[in-house]
Write a protein that binds this ligand. Structure first.
Ligand code: ARG
Length: 453
């Protein structure tokens, strides 16, 4: 007969409403591999410290293997009282092997669930890191393929100064590099074993948390049992890292949406990564980019929701903390899927470099180059700014083209006017980290080194 884990203390069984609200099995069964790995380590440690015989240990380990196989193959039958994955695994192990009843020795679901979730999160962060790296490599491939192509750089979404297309693409690549730093930092704080903390206070039995930590490949062991079972900072860290990726992807998405518009025309999206309209036959829509923009809201929502859940919780474990898993699982799934889709979209996008160049070659985009040309000849920048600004104003008022007005001004003349020729301005900013192809070549070397680091 199945019963609750606490049936000894209770006369009646749980109500239906309690079970419906309380049960976490529908979502935490996703951690079955981690739960079984944790139990293997725990049982081995119990044997090492003399609390299990070798025969009992081997019997339980064999039962754990069977249970893992059953869950993997889908033949595992969950019982009504399996409120979470920990309960389900232990119940089935004990059915298969009576020594399973000793498996929970010195352990609570409080240290068990935190251990499982840390193991799961560690693996998930590794997957996200791989996918972010993949997108960075795609940006690098496209940056290299872009050669000397250039487009207007923008501030306030107004054309500002021309920059290499490679420069623009790598700007997103560097932001993603910081995301990898954040993910690694989150991983480091996740990589701590909390098994052996018990319900909250440790154990009167001779447990050795360092044995289970080593067995599970954790980089560190908890120092305080209360903190060990109460800490969910690692979940918040992972959610923040995912949110920041979401924000970065939303910005890439927004640019692709703008660039794919008829008005910009800077990119042509591949059919496989675009959608059509059910009514308007001519439409080709950048849905992936829009979803990348939209998913950021969901990711930030998970972060704020989770922080709100944890805020004000007294030490140590409180059932509120069961609310950690769904946002975390969804955030990881969302970020992985979005990274993959955006990677496919960017790697198949055609960059319309002539359209970009035509926009970047408006003479006004070279106004700063003219002012800097005067500065290089000794004029204070404020004065130079005013000299060029006056030409721009007059050109816009129809007094002549900017080129003609520059040629006519003795302070400027032909040599300065040459800066207005198509493609010239884009080559001018060669300082470290600058937008001209010569500087971008060095940047690419540093970017590649970052990817390998
Ligand atoms: N399902 C629970 C969770 O996800 C496991 C821990 C339950 N601990 C307890 N003391 N009731 O948090």
């Amino acid at each position: 007969m199945s019963s609750t884990l606490w049936h000894g203390r209770f006369e009646g069984g749980p109500s239906e409403a309690l079970q419906a609200l309380n049960d976490s099995l529908p979502f935490d069964q996703r951690m079955f591999r981690e739960d079984i790995a944790g139990s293997r380590a725990h049982v081995r440690m119990l044997c090492d410290v003399g609390l299990f015989t070798e025969v009992e240990r081997d019997g339980v380990l064999a039962a754990l293997d069977t249970v893992e196989g059953e869950i993997e193959s889908g033949s595992f039958v969950f019982a009504v009282n399996d409120e979470d994955i920990h309960t389900a695994v232990e119940r089935r192990v004990t059915e298969l092997e009576p020594a399973g009843a000793k498996m929970h020795t010195g352990r609570s679901r409080n240290d068990q669930v935190a251990t499982d979730l840390r193991l799961w999160t560690r693996g998930a962060l590794d997957e996200v890191i791989d996918l972010v790296r993949r997108l960075q490599r795609t940006l690098l491939v496209q940056a290299e393929a872009a050669g000397d192509a250039y487009l207007p750089g923008y501030t306030h979404l107004q054309q500002a100064q021309p920059v290499a297309l490679a420069h623009h693409l790598l700007a997103h690549g560097w932001a993603l590099g910081r995301d990898v730093d954040r993910l690694r930092e989150a991983r480091r704080r996740t990589d701590v074993s909390v098994l052996g903390a018990g319900a909250l206070a440790g154990s009167s039995l001779p447990l050795d948390p360092t044995i289970t930590a080593a067995e599970l490949g954790f980089g560190a062991v908890f120092d305080n049992s209360l903190d060990a079972v109460a800490d969910r900072d690692f979940v918040a860290d992972a959610l923040y890292a995912c949110s920041m990726i979401g924000v970065h992807l939303s910005r890439i998405g927004e640019e692709l949406i703008l660039w794919a518009s008829t008005e910009f025309g800077f990119v042509t999206l591949d059919d496989g990564f675009s959608t059509g309209s059910s009514m308007m036959p001519q439409k080709k829509n950048p849905d992936i980019a829009e979803l990348a923009r939209g998913k950021a809201g969901r990711l930030v929502g998970h972060l704020t929701g989770f922080l709100t859940t944890v805020k004000g919780l007294p030490l140590t474990y409180n059932k509120d903390m069961q609310e950690d898993k769904e946002p975390l699982f969804d955030a990881i799934d969302t970020v992985c899927l979005t990274l993959l889709a955006l990677d496919g979209m960017i790697s198949t996008t055609t960059f319309n470099v002539e359209t970009m160049a035509a926009q970047a070659d408006t003479p006004y985009a070279a106004a700063t180059d003219l002012a800097e040309w005067l500065v290089a000849r000794g004029m204070p920048f404020r004065d130079a700014h005013a000299v060029v600004g006056e030409k721009v104003r007059r050109a816009l008022a129809g007094e002549g083209s900017l080129y003609e007005l520059v040629v006519a001004d003795p302070q400027l003349g032909d040599e300065a006017a040459a800066l207005l020729a198509p493609g010239v301005s884009a080559t001018r900013r060669t300082t470290r980290g600058g937008g001209a192809p010569a500087a971008v070549a060095e940047q690419i070397t540093r970017f590649r080194a970052m990817l390998d680091g």
